[in-house]
Design a protein around this ligand. Structure first.
Ligand SMILES: Nc1ncnc2c1ncn2[C@@H]1O[C@H](COP(=O)(O)OP(=O)(O)O)[C@@H](O)[C@H]1O
Ligand SMILES: [Mg+2]
Length: 237
């Protein structure tokens, strides 16, 4: 095990309300990890706490073994930790190209902005065809491509995506999963929060299931997919 990202007993919440009650997990370098859980289980809160837009009350976040808990989101992004947030948060009035450029200004990626943009366009020809179009006029699937592309412009080493397939047509979701899968083969580490449990369990290596701010199940995705509890609660079997 060569963990790139580790959480050690992370607790956090909003105001006085505690949401996470000691989250510990490891993400192996180059792996594809899925986080499942019902609404309100604390998945988004976990990603925000990892990224640092929400402060960890207790515990540590490690990147390559280095304690990054208290670094700013900006400093974390400069180390290759990138979050595609729920709802994508694109700049609606900017073009596809301009949105991609916004991802490419970091200190980490500035020098290679041109190559990175070519790489994104190779991966998503649809974005190249629409490079002058305002992002608000793209389809849901195209917007998610753009949000992922922006993350890749930041030269993500660990790409965390919150609700990749939410609101997308099944075909669009499947295509994005396959793209992620191929990126993983190029060395990207993927952490995905997902409601499409079938697809997520089929494609990912490792799965964590969250319940009420804690991890209730962890294991290889193949094994998790066979658990009675998971089959009943998530797969409708
Ligand atoms: N900005 C916020 N302020 C207060 N409570 C929040 C906020 N965001 C989420 N919560 C609460 O934290 C809990 C976990 O939410 P969240 O992490 O978004 O769950 P998930 O992503 O698993 O659906 C929920 O009870 C939710 O109501
Ligand atoms: Mg969420």
């Amino acid at each position: 095990m060569d963990p790139v990202l580790q959480l050690e007993s992370v607790e956090s919440g909003y105001g006085e309300v505690q949401v996470l009650w000691g989250i510990s997990f490891e993400v192996e370098r180059g792996s594809f990890t899925t986080i499942l859980g019902t609404n309100g289980a604390g998945k988004t809160t976990t990603l925000r706490t990892i990224m640092g837009s929400l402060r960890a009350w207790k515990g540590r976040v490690l990147l390559h073994g280095e304690d990054i808990t208290r670094l700013s989101p900006h400093a974390k992004a400069d180390r290759g930790l990138v979050l595609v947030p729920e709802g994508r948060q694109l700049f609606p009035d900017m073009s596809v190209r301009e949105n991609l450029e916004m991802g490419g200004y970091s200190k980490r990626a500035r020098k290679r902005q041109k190559q990175n943009m070519e790489r994104v366009y190779d991966m998503f020809p649809r974005l190249q065809e629409r490079h002058q179009q305002k992002s608000s006029t793209l389809s849901g699937g195209e917007q998610q491509m753009l949000a992922m592309g922006r993350g890749l412009m930041q030269e993500a080493e660990v790409l965390m995506i919150d609700e990749l397939s939410l609101g997308l047509a099944p075909v669009a979701a499947q295509q994005l999963f396959l793209t992620l899968s191929s990126l993983r083969k190029e060395g990207l580490t993927v952490v995905l929060v997902e409601q499409n449990v079938h697809l997520a369990l089929a494609i990912s290596d490792y799965t964590y299931v969250f319940a009420e701010g804690r991890i209730s199940i962890r294991g290889d995705s193949d094994d998790v997919a066979r658990m009675d509890e998971v089959r009943r609660a998530y797969l409708g079997l």
